[in-house]
Design a protein around this ligand. Structure first.
Ligand code: ZN
Length: 430
């Protein structure tokens, strides 16, 4: 929490100068200066990077006849390219995943920043998490999660993760996400102040196409090191961007007119184009490497796995309380749970499965009142459970006594208010 407040103070204008916000303000600005047809036909650099990255992939990743390959998902990848920015509203740790001020200790850790600690814990102890952790939490962690999701062929979530990964790669590629002087606030005379929004606004206005080369992907040996490399390259351009900002202001007497943006683009526009081209290229490299690491899974969705729950029926009619601890004389809650390597899930009698532990019957009458129910004969479980072991539990818990229970470890068999009715471990065929 302290880190977060600190980050907000150090990056006071960050939310405002992020691409989405810049796009909104620039959008109205652009509308007033240009014919409507030329105002932002494509919707931002993030969606552009994700959409065009597909064109660098090998043909077998673009279309395998499944209607679910990367080529088929181009629109989704583009539409969800800015989702990580929205996550800042709900996740207090999200903000720092969008940058790394890699030059904040430039005297001790000079370019090309190879001495900046690669170990996350050491880095945070030296620089602080609020110096930005995009290469770990943004790029590396999302890459690793993407591999796991591709392995499990959980394509819906995999494409969401692939889109988010693209966001972090594009952010890291922006030079102003790789420097302590991210908004020109450290420049000598204050004239660079606000450059973050101006630079990204310029890219949004003038760059509508990304250059791609089909089947140009290469394996990424180390996603974390790739992130460091992207940041170090971007940081090298920071001084040129600051100088271009001043030159464009000098030429046009403005830092907000159409002439200013044209002048800025004339000086650093080609560099910005190259950065966005590279973001798309590296994103494709990461998607491809994840797919190879996952064993080149086909993009066809798997049919759902179905577990036979017939064993639960042996106790039907399901009469609770008959042989239970006699201490239970108050109303109780009834649970049907699946304990899996991916977490604990509650199985509802309508077939729904939700993460966590919640009763499927609450406040059932006293145990001496017979309680009957029909348990579903089968249940659909996540594909990622293939080859894993799942333990199913039915449990009664004296109403209101134990929750919130979040882990099965917290349940206390034979305690005063928890009684395991049944337990069954099932190995799911690979
Ligand atoms: Zn961002």
């Amino acid at each position: 929490m302290v880190d977060q407040q600190c980050a907000h103070e150090r990056h006071p204008s960050f939310r405002l100068t992020e691409m989405a916000a810049a796009r909104i303000s620039i959008f109205f600005f652009a509308l007033s200066l240009f014919p409507a047809s030329s105002a932002l036909p494509w919707g931002g650099a993030h969606s552009l990077v994700n959409r065009y990255a597909v064109d660098n992939l090998p043909p077998e990743m673009v279309d395998d006849g499944s209607d679910n390959a990367f080529g088929d998902m181009r629109g989704y990848l583009s539409d969800h390219a800015s989702d990580p920015d929205s996550q800042k509203d709900t996740d207090p740790l999200e903000e720092e995943r969008h940058w790394c001020d890699i030059d904040s200790k430039i005297d001790e850790y000079p370019p090309p920043f190879t001495s900046v600690p690669r170990d996350y814990t050491i880095y945070c102890s030296v620089f602080g998490r609020d110096n930005g952790v995009i290469q770990w939490e943004g790029i590396r962690d999302h890459y690793e999660n993407l591999v796991a999701l591709m392995c499990a062929r959980e394509w819906a979530t995999a494409y969401q993760r692939a889109a988010e990964l693209g966001h972090y790669v594009a952010d890291a590629t922006c030079p102003l996400h790789a420097t302590a002087n991210y908004d020109g606030q450290l420049s000598p005379d204050g004239r660079n102040s606000g450059i973050h929004g101006r630079y990204e606004g310029m890219a949004d206005m003038y760059i509508s196409v990304i250059n791609t080369t089909p089947n140009s992907v290469t394996i990424v040996e180390d996603p974390l090191e790739l992130g460091f490399g992207i940041l170090a390259e971007g940081q090298q351009l920071v001084n040129a961007i600051m100088a271009a900002d001043l030159a464009a202001q000098d030429q046009t007497g403005s830092n907000e007119s159409a002439e200013y943006y044209q002048a800025l683009f004339n000086i650093v526009g080609s560099d910005a184009q190259i950065r966005l081209d590279l973001a798309s290229k590296r994103l494709a490299d990461l998607w491809y490497t994840a797919w190879v690491e996952a064993g080149r899974p086909p993009f066809f969705p798997l049919p759902p796995l179905v577990i036979d729950l017939g064993w639960l029926l042996v106790v039907r009619p399901f009469t609770l309380g008959i042989s239970l601890n006699e201490d239970i004389t108050t109303p109780f809650d009834y649970y049907l749970l699946a304990d899996t390597p991916a977490g604990v899930y509650t199985i509802y009698l309508n077939g729904a499965i939700k993460a966590g532990i919640t009763p499927i019957y609450k406040n059932v009458g006293r145990f001496d009142a017979p309680f009957s129910t029909t348990v579903r004969p089968s249940v659909i479980i996540p594909l990622s459970m293939k080859g894993k072991t799942i333990t199913f539990y039915t449990a009664v818990i004296e109403a209101g006594m134990v929750p919130p229970v979040r882990n099965l470890d917290e349940l206390r068999p034979c305690s005063r208010y928890v009684i395991m009715m049944d337990k069954k471990t099932v190995a799911v065929a690979p």
